[in-house]
Write a protein that binds this ligand. Structure first.
Ligand code: NAD
Length: 509
């Protein structure tokens, strides 16, 4: 069925993308594509135009039930349960190859659905997704248990060893800012460890996950190993979090929804891992290179339209270089090209939805009403043309004269709004940097080795970047202190979160 007016797509849209958008997409359950049990659908909106982009199924609680049943059947299917670790790794390698082969198309689709520049979607979303599957493809054959030397007890001679077993059915609930990579951060370790997954993408950006499910199918994973139930958070997400047949829920999203998920998971004491919000301090010491730091600080907040959990949204600049850094930063912000993500000149696209734009605008107003000064941005950019008059665009925005009690300093805005502050004494800086309910990440710029290590040690955050910002790698753990989450994703450590460890005692006497 044709669901979208293809004339509203940019002329550069690849054929594979326009044909994908032209079809109404169902739920992927037990290896079959089918409509929602209610027959209802959701329309995805192109944030650069405000117009419909595609149609997909609005799942129900009963669809979640079916997906969980299909996932349980997959766990019992010898084609999944009994394949060797190397075969599991091969399936993941095949998936990585398919993502690489379709990366341009996936990136364009993500850009249309989320708004971000195609170049960002190509390098970050599609690129890191392929790398992630490759990294985790290596683990099934290497994640060993241990043999443990025990203290002697009576006359018994005991052999004690551990084995890692899949947890079972993993419910994965993900946000809209990096839709395909956030889904893969959960999917890759879950599949590597032999689990089955029920995945719910965000309703704003479900398309790339649906395309990824087609590639999972093509890679040869048995039916039911991955199930995708699209729909709203309050229905599909809540049903996954509360379902007695789900053994673990892995969530990325807001702290507020993380709390709801945690309480829903209590019913059957699911394992829970959470990647939540952030309000990351980005710190400039007096010896830093002003031009380089200004560019990095701008990139730290405006990358992905500021819709990044690790956005360096609180900038602390030492008073000796504050004026120089801010003047270079504001210059940089004013030069950022805002436009539709599919225009190769665009550096910052629209926000993901009308709702997110309204939230960001209301934060700017709240900052101003509490006494902050708007030094640049805050408005819709002009000159984008009629076609984009209903798009969700906002200029890169910088607020100064902010104090720590202001909402714009304390709360996550999740948009291209930077709050900047001066600092003088390191101890006070550290107190301020830690004065947040969040603890996801932090960045600092200096060549002073002693100060760098002192500040890195004192900051309560899961990631600290020194003289770089926003770097991630599948091999390095990622996650938050405080209300930024529970557990770590990526790296070897995440494998523990997708397995149960069994300790086996054998009496050899
Ligand atoms: P959100 O919490 O509103 O939604 C995330 C997901 O949860 C969506 O799929 C949504 O449908 C679902 N959901 C909503 N209500 C639910 C409920 N009651 N039960 C179960 N599921 C429900 O977040 P968002 O607006 O999509 O994303 C932005 C947030 O995500 C920001 O706070 C950001 O910091 C955070 N985030 C964190 C990381 C990280 O790694 N720490 C990464 C990306 C985004």
């Amino acid at each position: 069925m044709t669901t979208v007016d293809s004339t509203s797509l940019p002329a550069s849209t690849p054929f594979g993308v326009s044909s994908f958008l032209a079809v109404e997409h169902g739920l992927y359950i037990g290896g079959r594509w089918r409509p929602s049990s209610s027959g209802e659908t959701i329309r995805s909106i192109n944030p650069a135009t405000g117009r419909p982009l595609a149609t997909f199924a609005r799942g129900t609680e009963s669809d979640v039930d079916d997906a969980v049943t299909a996932a349980r059947a997959a766990l019992a299917n010898p084609e999944w349960r009994d394949i060797s670790p190397l075969q599991r790794g091969e399936l993941l390698h095949r998936l990585a190859e398919l993502v690489e082969a379709h990366a341009d198309e996936l990136a364009f689709l993500e850009s249309l659905d989320n708004g971000k520049p195609v170049s960002v979607a190509r390098a970050v979303d599609a690129g890191t997704t392929a790398k992630l599957f490759r990294y985790f493809a290596g683990w099934p054959s290497k994640f060993e248990g241990s043999t443990i030397p025990l203290s002697p007890r009576g006359g018994l001679k005991i052999l004690n060893y551990t084995v890692h077993e899949p947890i079972g059915v993993v419910g994965a609930i993900v946000p809209w800012n990096f839709p395909m990579s956030m889904a893969s951060w959960k999917l890759a370790p879950a599949l590597a460890m032999g689990n089955a997954v029920v995945l719910k993408p965000a309703e704003e950006t479900s398309l790339s996950t649906l395309r990824l499910a087609e590639l999972v199918e093509q890679a040869g994973f048995p039916p039911g190993v991955l199930n995708v139930v699209t729909g709203s958070g309050s229905v599909v997400g809540a049903a996954i979090a509360a379902h007695p047949g789900v053994d673990k829920v892995a969530f990325t999203g807001s702290t507020e929804v993380g709390r709801l998920i945690t309480s829903a998971a209590l019913g059957n004491m699911k394992k829970v891992s959470l990647e939540l919000g952030g309000k990351s301090p980005h710190i400039v010491l007096p010896d830093a290179d002003v031009t380089a730091v200004a560019a990095a600080a701008a990139e730290g907040i405006f990358f992905n339209q500021g819709q990044t959990c690790t956005a360096g949204s609180r900038l602390y600049v030492h008073e000796d270089v504050y004026d120089d850094v801010m003047s270079a930063l504001v210059d940089h912000a004013r030069r950022i090209v805002v436009g539709p993500g599919q225009d190769p000149a665009t550096q910052m696209g629209p926000l993901v939805s009308a709702r997110q734009l309204a939230t960001v605008q209301s934060y700017v107003e709240s900052g101003l009403s509490e006494g902050a000064e708007l030094v640049t941005g805050g408005a819709r950019p002009s000159g984008l043309g009629d076609e984009h008059s209903d798009g969700y665009f906002i200029e890169p925005t910088v607020l100064t004269e902010t104090t720590h009690s202001m909402r714009v300093v304390q709360e996550e805005i999740f948009g291209p709004v930077l709050v900047a502050m001066r600092w003088r004494e390191v101890d006070d800086l550290i107190d301020k940097a830690n004065d947040s309910p969040y603890g996801l990440s932090a960045g600092l710029w200096t060549n002073d080795l002693k100060q760098a290590h002192r500040i890195a040690a004192a900051i309560k955050a899961g990631t600290v970047w020194i003289n770089c910002y926003n770097l991630t790698d599948p091999a390095s753990p990622f996650g938050g202190y405080k209300q930024s989450g529970w557990g770590r994703e990526m790296g070897r450590g995440v494998l523990e979160q997708y397995t149960e460890t069994k300790s086996v005692w054998v009496n050899l006497s």
